[in-house]
Structure formats: C-alpha cells, structure tokens
Design a protein around this ligand. Structure first.
Ligand SMILES: Cc1cc2nc3c(=O)[nH]c(=O)nc-3n(C[C@H](O)[C@H](O)[C@H](O)COP(=O)(O)OP(=O)(O)OC[C@H]3O[C@@H](n4cnc5c(N)ncnc54)[C@H](O)[C@@H]3O)c2cc1C
Length: 381
C-alpha cells in the first residue's frame, strides 16, 4: 500500500480504486461519445448502473462526504466528463434530499439516483454571482402555489436537466433572509432555456422563468430560509470540488512524470534536469497536501462537525489553485505537444479553470477563512 492513502480505511481505498477503474475502462469511452456541452444521458445512466450515484444519493440518508470526495477524485483522474456528470447529480438533488417534503423526495431522489432523471442547481443570476444574497428571481404567492419570474445563468446541466433546485426571492429587501428554495421540474409551463457555449466540455446554460407555477409542497425547507439550504449544500460540496481538482492534478502529474522520464534532451531524459524534477516534486507535495485537506474537511462533515465552512473553504481553495499549477507545470514539461487539440493536458487546462470560480471563487473562499480567523480572535463581526 502506498503512503498516499494510508489514512483511509480499506473500504474507502477500494471505492477510490473502483471509481478509477470504472472511469478509465467504461465511462471515458461513453463520455467520448457525448456531444460537447450537452448532458450525456448514456453517461449519467452508466454512473448509476455501476452504483456510483446510489453510493451517495439515497432518500433518508445524509450524503457521505468522504465517499463523495473519493468517487470525484477517482473519476476526475481518468474522465472529467464522468466526474462532472456524477457531481451534478448530487449537487442538484442534495437540497431536495435534505429539505424536500416526502412527496417530492420520494418522486425525485430515486429517479436521480437511478439515472432516469438529471438534476440541476440554479443559484447564479446575471446580477448575482458571488453575492448570492443579491439574487432577484421573484417567487410570488399565487393561491396555493408560487409563481417564479426571472433568469438564472451559468447553470450546469441547463437546459437539459429534468429537475432543478431553484433559489428565488420571497421577501424583497431582506437579503439572505428572504430567499426560498424550490424543486422545479423542467416541464413546468413558462420554463425555457438555452445552452451557453463554454471553454470546457461542460453542459451549462441559461434558464428563463416566465411566471412558472410551483406548488407550495415543492418548497424545500421553509419559506425565506433557502439561503441556509444553499449554504449547507455548498459546505458539503466544496471539499468535493477540491477532490475533483486533486484527481485532475494527479492525472497531470502522472503525465508529466512519464513524459519527463521518457523525453530526451541534451543527451539525457528531462527528469535528469533538476529544473524539471524539482518542479514535479513541489507539485507532488502540494497535490498530497490538497488531498489531505479535502479528506480532513470531508471527514469533519461525516463526523457531524458542522458547519465545516472554514475547512471546506480551505480544501477548495488550496486544491483548485494547486490543480491549476499542476496542469500548467505539466504542460511546460511537455512543451508544445501538450497544446495540441485533443491532448490530455489541453483538455485538463480548459476543464480546471472553472473550479477556481464556481461554488465560490478563490477570493470568496479567502474571505470565508479570513472572517473566521478574526472572529476567533474576537475581532470580527
Ligand atoms: C464551470 C462552471 C459551472 C457552474 N455551474 C453553476 C451551477 O450549476 N449553478 C449555479 O448556480 N452557478 C453555477 N456557476 C456559476 C458560478 O457559481 C459563478 O460564476 C460564481 O459564483 C461567481 O459568480 P460570477 O461569475 O457572477 O462572478 P462575480 O460574482 O461577478 O465575481 C467576479 C470575480 O470577482 C472577484 N470577487 C467576487 N467576490 C469577491 C470578494 N468577496 N472578494 C474578492 N474578490 C471577489 C472574484 O475574482 C470573482 O471571480 C458555474 C460556473 C462555472 C464556471
């Protein structure tokens, strides 16, 4: 056993190895058959058929954070598209799982877990990204239901998802205290959208709500308490974004080590040049530190140490910044060949960029960590 995963149980190591094997041998070929920027339903179905989505999504049970992280790391190492499809099923369905009425949970969680339905998480708006509390998509009471009007943008899996968790404004001028979460099926009247062409092979789009009727029993949690539902979801998912980054960084490092050992320059392999090998040593150290931060934040969540906001922020910040560096160094070690369309590193370079922005940009993670630092010192608000 390598020391890399010595802190994990045998069951967790097996899960990671199974995720890697599935990604490499079964899911990557299915991912390659998909249309870039569109939901690949064959891939979503395969993730469920091989048990990975049911591993994390089951009605009546909290999502196990470390399991989520290990599957994301294993998938990202061999297929970022499979990793994205897996993660989005969890992200879109999690608010329903933790805050949905039983009627909604019983319909949608089994369908998402089985891969029959695709889920989406709709928080961001054209005028509210990092500043989530500024969101303005209106939800107005209308008899025994609500009507949603406004726009969401950069929503992964939109407009193809079958069920969206939508965060909407129910109390004007109340900031974070006036937001409500809703489960909104795609076939709701007045809901439309389109894909956004994107840097990565990531299905993402815009959603328009034109007086979309949503029954009152589709409210997730309590009216005006949706911000907490969003934050509980992000506290769980941020370390797992870090795990996805660790998988990508490890793939880049593996490629760089193989290439440096093989490629001859000046009569010897690149690995014999200390300027190359020491860069790889630094990357390897940072990747392992990222992994440990991710597993520690996830472990805290599973141990019921919540909110784990600060640990989650540290894990996401460090792992995503490290992955960006790891992929950049790997490209440098490869030279021009890594920039050819279709090269693994060209693909990773495009895929990794979003991880430093979504679910809170790196600067937002630093804000979260800094606020905790000063609060603990009795100097914060
Ligand atoms: C690949 C991808 C997938 C996504 N999927 C989803 C999804 O499924 N659902 C969803 O709701 N959204 C999704 N998003 C949107 C994402 O959550 C937002 O892009 C993100 O919250 C940032 O918002 P913004 O792009 O509007 O940037 P802005 O909020 O305009 O911020 C721009 C920049 O300003 C800086 N900044 C912002 N706040 C601070 C601060 N407090 N201190 C210092 N600097 C700051 C940061 O550098 C930031 O990148 C996705 C985005 C990407 C890239």
């Amino acid at each position: 056993m390598s020391a890399t995963y010595a802190h994990l149980t045998a069951a967790h190591r097996d899960l990671l190895a199974r995720s890697e094997t599935l990604a490499r041998d079964i899911l990557a070929p299915i991912a390659r058959r998909g249309e870039p920027g569109k939901v690949n339903r064959e891939l979503v179905a395969a993730l469920s058929a091989h048990g990975l989505v049911p591993e994390v999504l089951e009605a009546g049970r909290e999502v196990p954070a470390l399991t989520l992280c290990l599957v994301r790391e294993g998938l990202a190492r061999y297929s970022t598209q499979a990793e994205t499809a897996f993660a989005l099923q969890g992200l879109g369905a999690h608010p329903i799982l933790i805050a949905g009425r039983s009627e909604v949970v019983d319909v949608w969680i089994p369908r998402v877990a089985s891969g029959e339905a695709v889920a989406g998480f709709a928080l961001t708006e054209p005028d509210a990204g990092s500043d989530v509390a500024a969101l303005g998509l209106a939800a107005e009471p209308d008899g025994g239901r609500f009507r949603l009007s406004g726009e969401k943008v950069f929503i992964s899996n939109a407009p193809d998802a079958d069920i969206y968790t939508v965060f909407a404004r129910t109390s004007a001028g109340a900031g974070a205290r006036g937001i409500t979460a809703f489960a909104v099926p795609r076939d709701s009247p007045g809901l439309s959208g389109e894909s956004i062409p994107f840097i990565a092979d990531h299905p993402i789009g815009r959603l328009r709500f034109d007086g979309v009727p949503v029954p009152a029993d589709h409210v997730l949690g309590e009216v005006d308490h949706g911000f907490g539902v969003a934050m509980r979801t992000l506290d769980l998912f941020r370390p797992s974004v870090g795990a996805c980054a660790v998988g990508m960084a490890q793939a880049a490092l593996d490629a760089a080590v193989a290439h440096a050992a093989e490629r001859q320059a000046f009569g010897k392999p690149l690995s014999a040049l200390q300027g190359v090998s020491h860069q790889l040593a630094d990357v390897a150290t940072r990747v392992q530190a990222s992994r440990l931060l991710v597993h520690s934040a996830a472990g805290a969540h599973d141990a019921g140490i919540t909110p784990n906001t600060e640990a989650a922020a540290m894990a996401k910040l460090f792992a995503t910044e490290t992955a960006m560096l790891a992929i950049d160094v790997a490209i440098q070690v490869h030279g021009a060949r890594a920039l050819e369309r279709g090269h693994l590193l060209e693909h990773l370079y495009r895929d990794v960029r979003g991880t430093r922005i979504y679910e809170g940009a790196s600067e937002v993670q630093r804000e979260i960590i800094a606020r905790q630092l000063f609060r603990r010192a009795g100097r914060g608000s």
